[in-house]
Design a protein around this ligand. Structure first.
Ligand SMILES: [Zn+2]
Length: 387
């Protein structure tokens, strides 16, 4: 097992509170990587010898971004719908059906190629772990194949048969819930780690969501929820009730919702690229953080409500529009994402962690929010290997 010493790190974000502050930032630092893991972290002057070394030229190094929410298995795009929205039409959950039709018609190779393209796009922007949901198939066969394709790219696969009720079940939503909790779950479960449901007016109500999440849990999946995106509703409460890892969106919350998140430890996933692309009010991150809620930032990359794969863009939005500090936003995009996926091996750079790290073409992580829209990713390592 050969070791690699990375030196010349002007600023190193470890997310290890032992080094002080929220980010555990070390200046003039070095890292040793061995066997795909972080073997040593510390000051450059104290660095041990290694089999090989690379000087990063005083650049900043951060943990790779953990994007805990995306929908990458689909065909087609909805650029026209975006244009219409920007001229005044509101966003509704119904547009999902457009992508469902295109996805059902697409060949496996076409779907796989699209996921590969988007995952590469994410890697190029510093993301080292991505969660990928199904949800544009909505038949037994199409949900199973969507998850089989996603599983080729990540361990963090999510069964979202309950994305929206498909057109053919418009008059029989109860029949669709039976399908989602029965044969579709049976076919999907072997490819999925998570089960998810879109709790929203026009999608699924609280009782349907409970049934779907409980069935998924009985099949060995862990729960996460699309909650409170378009208005106040029961999504967050259901997430807390079933012990979900995360309630994502959290755009419209009551005080009771905030209390429930804080007391249960369910992670609030904030997805500001969606508010940007639907021209909607942003969630109140400050209120959640001040209440002690763990916040994750993710892209929710999807062809309808927000087609950005960029975690740096989400960080810039979180700082500018959601009143997070740059340190809080970076923590939420790395350690927060790991918490949302219940992962302890990623989201931080401490000995034993997976060597997933991103080198910035900048002296400090502050540049992520300070220089929005600028490609600042110099290099991304996954499991110690440059990608
Ligand atoms: Zn989503």
């Amino acid at each position: 097992m050969s070791s690699l010493l990375l030196t010349g790190i002007g600023s190193l974000v470890t997310n290890d509170p032992a080094h002080g502050g929220l980010l555990g930032e070390l200046l003039d630092a070095a890292i040793v990587v061995e066997g795909g893991r972080i073997a040593w972290v510390g000051s450059r002057r104290a660095a041990p010898a290694a089999d090989s070394s690379a000087d990063l030229g005083d650049r900043a190094v951060i943990p790779g971004f953990v994007d805990s929410h995306s929908h990458l298995v689909f065909a087609g795009d909805r650029a026209e719908e975006f244009a219409a929205r920007m001229t005044g039409q509101p966003y509704s959950a119904g547009g999902i059906r457009t992508t469902v039709n295109a996805t059902r018609e697409a060949a496996d190779e076409q779907l796989t190629a699209n996921v590969a393209r988007l995952v590469a796009e994410m890697r190029g922007q510093g993301t080292t772990t991505v969660e990928i949901k199904s949800g544009y198939g909505l038949t037994v066969a199409d949900e199973a194949r969507s998850l089989a394709i996603a599983a080729d790219f990540t361990d963090e696969t999510t069964y979202l048969g309950a994305h929206v009720v498909p057109a053919e079940f418009a008059d029989d939503p109860a029949g669709y819930v039976d399908l989602v909790t029965g044969p579709m779950l049976d076919a999907a479960a072997k490819y999925a780690k998570w089960v998810d449901v879109f709790v929203e007016r026009g999608a699924f109500d609280a009782d349907q969501a409970r049934a779907i999440l409980r069935a998924g849990q009985a099949a060995g999946l862990s729960a996460r929820v699309h909650a409170n995106q378009l208005g106040e509703g029961p999504g967050v409460q259901v997430a807390c009730e079933v012990g979900a890892a995360a309630a994502d969106h959290c755009t419209f919350l009551t005080d009771a919702d905030v209390d429930a998140l804080a007391s249960t430890g369910v992670v609030a996933g904030l997805l500001p690229a969606i508010e940007f692309s639907t021209r909607s009010p942003y969630p109140d991150a400050r209120r959640l953080l001040d209440a002690g809620v763990t916040v994750a930032l993710a892209t929710d990359c999807n062809p309808g409500s927000g087609y950005s794969s960029s975690m740096p863009f989400c960080i810039a939005l979180a700082v500018r529009e959601m009143h997070m500090t740059p340190a809080e936003a970076l923590w939420s995009a790395t350690a927060g994402g790991a918490a949302s996926l219940r992962r302890t091996d990623i989201g931080h750079l401490t000995p034993g962690a997976r060597a997933d790290l991103t080198v910035l073409n900048a002296p400090s992580h502050l540049h992520l929010a300070y220089r929005p829209g600028v490609p600042l990713i110099s290099k991304t390592f996954v499991g110690g290997r440059p990608v």
